[in-house]
Design a protein around this ligand. Structure first.
Ligand code: HXC
Length: 536
């Protein structure tokens, strides 16, 4: 016999007559309608989408998220607007599938624009769903991923569509540095809509189908008389190599979405959480003789800094960002002894690894991302200086170089500098030198920290003697040798505390693993102020 009221109530409920609960018939009908809309209602549009080489929004989400993890928000949402094509035509979802799911078990919030509904165009209802995703992602401290495939502002909804975009931009800016934001472009993304990916931390594009521009080919032709194709104006390769708008470029949606999953596996879910760690890999004792052989001692000989990254990173794996843009500097996320680390490296294979405007901006943005999300920084330095030239000066290399300087100076995450070979002039300072706050500076025995290289220095210091010499070539050779002996050696900087230690190149991975362990608990409060004024 039940003894308390609650149990009696439960046992009565169990004995209630079988049959559908109130409202169930209606719910079933609505769900069927929804399924009809999703599965059959737009078969032609789905076929067209496939014929363009594109997947549907739901197919994309299925590839992006862990199986059966998707929770959909507002599937019944419809526009309340009217106008040509809209009156009496109110498909569910309003052209964007919104919700949340997991990637390798970790929560993310997502939206995927559905080109088969009004060309994925953004009206009030569509925008409000994206606002909700951004709000929930921020409140839950989880990354947000937007899959873009849209004709832009829904023309019939006029200013409400523009207002919807503004609401997205404001939320993205408020979420900046709080949660990672990833934008994936899988179709058109035109006009002001392109500012959403531009505000994200990472932007992925797929060749042939993705395109991003403020004004399309027709407007460009009307204004300038130039006929350009969509691909030439705003294709994945344009943004992956010339403009730097795209962080990662792929040939197919499948590869692209798999890579987004990989990136998410390296990121913290928000700025308060550490990045996901894997088990230590024994890096602290690793000895890599190949490292010494990779870097030629001769300062002008090129080599591929990527090979150095591979020797330093766990399993030789790293996620390179902006692979095709500003290739004279490399930025990558990698694990060292199981911990995610940001690697910045000069690339001697491209323009001798010189720093120019785009390279400074690329590295600056990466340094700021890592700093915002608590990812330690390792800078691998082999830099002959900033690129001299009229064009560079006119395009603002001073301003752009200052962005990198500002980013490093401001960074409070653990910072380690490794000087492999050349580190000359202003570029030495900017590449996370002791003076701008690196925590640990390590140098290879081949390092050459100096105001400039030996040839340049001798030309300035001994100009008159060289002009008067009987045998200027012999004199120059002797002076270069003397300068090299005196200044271009590891001891000079080490004795003056500008490097902490001179290491065997083969010990670099181990030294980095130990250094990162030493700096693991680093905390450095930011100065009290509203915010700095970075030289953007
Ligand atoms: C309403 C739109 C639309 C839009 C496409 N559609 N874009 N409906 N508003 N912006 C509809 C089409 O009418 C069509 O409907 C369906 O979506 C598919 O479009 P198609 O043109 O048939 O597809 P396709 O040939 O692949 O061309 C895609 C396209 C083209 C290149 C995107 O549709 C296009 O140029 N659209 C307009 C783009 C644009 O100018 N947008 C405004 C940008 S300015 P039916 O019924 O025929 O299937 C902007 C400002 C944002 O976005 C400001 C933020 C600050």
């Amino acid at each position: 016999e039940p003894r308390d009221a609650k149990v009696i109530e439960l046992s009565r409920a169990a004995a209630a007559p079988a049959g559908p609960a109130p409202g169930m018939d209606l719910l079933r009908k609505r769900r069927e309608e929804l399924r009809g809309h999703i599965l059959e209602g737009r078969l032609d549009a789905v076929r067209r989408q496939h014929s363009l080489g594109k997947l549907t929004a739901r197919e994309r989400l299925a590839l992006l998220l862990d199986d059966d993890s998707f929770i959909e928000l507002e599937p019944y949402r419809r526009h309340q607007a009217s106008g040509p094509g809209l009156t009496g035509n109110r498909p569910h979802t309003d052209g964007v599938i919104a919700g949340s799911g997991t990637i390798e078990g970790r929560r993310v919030f997502v939206y995927a624009q559905d080109f088969t509904v009004f060309g994925g165009s953004l009206g009030e209802a569509h925008a409000t769903k994206i606002h909700k995703v951004l709000d929930l992602a921020t409140a839950n401290g989880a990354p947000v991923i937007g899959l873009n495939d849209s004709g832009g502002a829904r023309i019939q909804e006029g200013v409400l569509a523009l207002d919807g975009y503004g609401g997205i931009f404001r939320r993205q800016v408020e979420a900046s540095g709080v949660i990672p934001q990833i934008s994936v472009i899988l179709g058109p993304c035109a006009g002001g809509a392109a500012y959403s990916p531009a505000l994200a931390d990472f932007t992925f594009m797929v060749r042939d189908t993705a395109r991003m521009y403020l004004t399309g080919p027709d407007v460009v032709e009307a204004v300038s008389g130039h006929r350009v194709t969509h691909e030439e104006l705003g294709g994945a390769d344009v943004h992956g190599s010339s403009s730097g708008v795209a962080t990662v470029v792929h040939d197919s949606e499948e590869e692209c979405l798999a890579d987004v999953r990989y990136l998410v596996s390296l990121l913290p879910v928000n700025y308060l959480e550490p990045p996901p760690e894997t088990a230590p890999t024994g890096a602290v004792d690793d000895y890599r003789p190949k490292l010494a052989r990779l870097v030629p001692a001769e300062p002008n000989q090129p080599y591929d800094m990527r090979e150095v990254f591979a020797e330093i990173a766990d399993d030789g794996e790293f996620f390179e960002l902006h692979e095709g843009w500003a290739r004279n500097v490399l930025c990558a996320l990698a694990r060292i002894d199981g911990r995610v680390t940001g690697l910045v490296g000069n690339q001697p294979m491209v323009f001798a690894g010189v720093l120019d405007g785009p390279a400074s901006q690329k590295a600056a943005r990466f340094v700021r991302f890592c700093d915002a999300f608590g990812i330690p920084l390792v800078s691998l330095v082999d830099v002959p200086g900033f690129l001299p030239g009229v064009e560079q000066e006119r395009s603002g290399i001073i301003r752009q170089g200052a962005q990198l300087l500002h980013a490093y100076c401001e960074a409070t995450v653990p910072r380690i500098q490794v000087i492999l070979r050349k580190a000359y002039g202003g570029a030495y300072i900017v590449m996370d030198s002791r003076s701008i706050g690196t925590d640990l500076s390590l140098a290879w025995p081949t390092n050459q920290i100096a105001v400039m290289g030996a040839e340049g220095a001798v030309n300035v210091l001994h100009r008159r003697e060289l002009a008067a010499a009987d045998d200027p070539a012999a004199l120059r050779a002797r002076l270069v040798a003397e300068y090299t002996e005196e200044y271009l050696n590891p001891q000079y900087a080490a004795e003056r505390g500008l490097v902490d230690d001179i290491i065997d190149p083969a010990e670099t991975r181990a030294a980095l693993a130990r250094g990162l362990a030493m700096l693991r608990d680093k905390r450095k409060p930011a100065p009290a102020r509203k915010h700095g004024n970075q030289p953007i």
